[in-house]
Design a protein around this ligand. Structure first.
Ligand code: IMP
Ligand code: MG
Length: 175
């Protein structure tokens, strides 16, 4: 089957929105320090672009988690492939995620990180598919709401491909 990609969100639109979110985050945490946690690998592009525009002392760390279950439905159980390197106790922690689908991954991650006693714990996601939500989670910053379509680019993959596209495309299959 042939993979067809149609541009949905341009690189310029992403850049503009990322700068807006960074400005909001700067304002919100004014006078404080921030630790951003990038959820690998999808959120890499977003996190590096975001932190460049956050005008606060920022530390970053990375986590890699995978959800059990099949490829398209998240079961809400996660396996930690790569854990934090530093303690987050007493810190303002911002989880930086690429996309929220069922919410299962973040639901588990919030429980896990919450148990490490951060001063605050919030979520910033670039994309959100609210129609697919199964877990009730509180999202403070959200870049774009998208319809129930499979998207790739700007860090997001299909079978590990297309992460390097500078824009967001919808993926369709053709025989
Ligand atoms: P959730 O646990 O169901 O919320 O799944 C979230 C994870 O599934 C994201 O962090 C992505 O890795 C992946 N995912 C969900 N939707 C898409 C998509 O449209 N394109 C690429 N990856 C996606
Ligand atoms: Mg992800």
């Amino acid at each position: 089957m042939k993979e067809i990609i149609t541009e949905l969100i341009s690189a310029e639109a992403i850049e503009k929105r990322v700068e807006e979110i960074a400005a909001d985050i700067t304002e919100y945490y004014k006078g404080e320090e921030l630790t951003t946690i990038c959820v690998l690998k999808g959120a890499v592009m977003f996190m590096v672009d975001l932190v460049k525009h956050i005008d606060l002392p920022v530390k970053f760390d990375f986590m890699d988690v995978s959800s059990y279950g099949n490829a398209t439905e998240s079961s809400g159980n996660i396996r930690i492939n790569k854990d934090l390197e530093n303690s987050i106790e007493g810190q303002n922690v911002l989880i930086v995620e690429d996309i929220i689908d069922s919410g299962g991954t973040l639901f588990q991650l919030l429980k896990y990180l919450g148990s490490k006693k951060p001063k605050s714990l919030k979520i910033c996601t670039l994309f959100d598919k609210p129609e697919r939500r199964k877990y009730d989670i509180d999202v403070t910053w959200r870049g774009f709401e998208i319809p129930d379509e499979f998207i790739v680019g700007y860090g997001l993959d299909y079978a590990q491909k297309y992460r390097n596209l500078p824009y967001i495309g919808a993926l369709k299959f053709e025989k």
